[in-house]
Design a protein around this ligand. Structure first.
Ligand SMILES: C[S@@+](CC[C@H](N)C(=O)[O-])C[C@H]1O[C@@H](n2cnc3c(N)ncnc32)[C@H](O)[C@@H]1O
Length: 237
C-alpha cells in the first residue's frame, strides 16, 4: 500500500502501523505557524504531556475533530480563555486557512493539528481530555463508503479511553443516515450516559450549549431547512 492510499483509507488510520503522508505543499506552508500548529506525527509526540509541557497550565483539555473553517474553535477559544483547546482537521488547505485566522488571536489558549480524528488514542493519554467535539462530520452516504465514518467501534473505544471521568462527547450532524448509524453503534454501549439524543436539537433543546452557536456548515444546513441532529454522551468512567 503506498503512502497516499494509506492515508485515504479511513479505517486503516486506526491501525498502529498507520503513517501520515507529506506530499501536499500545505504541509510545509503550515510550518510558518509552528508556534501553535502541529502537523501529522508531531501531534502524536505529546501523549500525556499536553498540560505539563505544551500548555504549561492545568486548564482542561478540549478537542474538536473536523474543525473545518474553525468558526466554533475561533469563537469558543475567545469566549473561554481558561481552556486548553485543540482543533484538528486532516485537510491541508483548510488547515492553512484556519491557521492564518487563528494566528491573529491574541490569547493563544489553543493548538491546531493537521491530523486525523482516527488517531485520537495515539495523540492523548487515558483520561487526558475533558470534552470532545465532533460537528457536521463528512457523512459518507454511500453504503460502500459507510466504513469510512469516524464514529464506529474503534472511535468509541478511543473516546472512552481518552476522556476523563465524566468527560463529554458532543456531536451535531445534519445527516439522518449518519445519525441513525451512530445510534446503532450506541445500542450495546454501556460506557456512556446519553445526555442528549435529538432529531431536532434547536426545537427540542433551544437552551442547550449546542444550540448557542452555529458552525459554518450548520448555517448552510439551517438555511436549507435541515433539522440538526445531536448526540451528547457522558463517560461513566
Ligand atoms: C463538513 S465539514 C464540517 C466542518 C465544521 N465542523 C463545521 O461544522 O463547519 C467536515 C470537516 O471534517 C474534516 N474531517 C473529516 N474526516 C476527518 C477525520 N477523520 N479527521 C479529521 N478531520 C476530518 C473535513 O476535512 C472537514 O473539514
Amino acid at each position: 500500500m503506498n503512502n497516499h492510499k494509506n492515508e485515504m483509507e479511513g479505517n486503516f488510520c486506526y491501525d498502529p502501523e498507520f503513517k501520515y503522508t507529506h506530499d501536499n505543499p500545505y504541509h510545509d506552508k503550515l510550518g510558518v505557524f509552528d508556534s501553535f500548529v502541529l502537523r501529522d506525527e508531531e501531534a502524536e509526540k505529546n501523549v500525556g504531556k499536553w498540560k505539563t509541557d505544551i500548555f504549561k497550565n492545568d486548564y482542561p483539555i478540549e478537542v474538536e475533530i473536523g474543525t473545518g473553517y474553525g468558526d466554533f474553535m475561533h469563537e469558543y477559544c475567545q469566549n473561554n480563555p481558561h481552556v486548553n483547546f485543540i482543533g484538528l482537521d486532516h485537510r491541508f488547505k483548510r488547515s492553512f486557512a484556519l491557521a492564518k485566522k487563528l494566528d491573529k488571536l491574541e490569547n493563544k489558549n489553543f493548538k491546531y493539528m493537521r491530523a486525523r480524528g482516527e488517531r485520537l488514542e495515539f495523540m492523548f493519554a487515558d483520561s487526558e481530555i475533558q470534552s470532545l467535539y465532533y460537528f457536521f462530520p463528512d457523512p459518507w452516504p454511500k453504503n460502500r463508503h459507510n466504513k469510512k465514518r469516524l464514529f464506529q467501534q474503534p472511535f468509541l473505544n478511543a473516546a472512552y479511553k481518552v476522556l476523563a471521568p465524566g468527560g463529554i462527547l458532543y456531536v451535531k450532524t445534519d445527516h439522518d443516515g449518519y445519525y441513525e448509524w451512530m445510534k446503532d453503534h450506541l445500542k450495546n454501549e454501556t460506557r456512556f450516559e446519553v445526555l442528549v439524543d435529538s432529531r431536532n436539537l434547536r426545537e427540542e433543546h433551544p437552551e442547550h450549549f449546542l444550540s448557542q452557536f452555529t458552525t459554518k456548515f450548520e448555517k448552510i444546513f439551517l438555511s436549507q431547512g435541515t433539522k440538526i441532529k445531536s448526540i451528547v454522551l457522558k463517560s461513566k468512567k
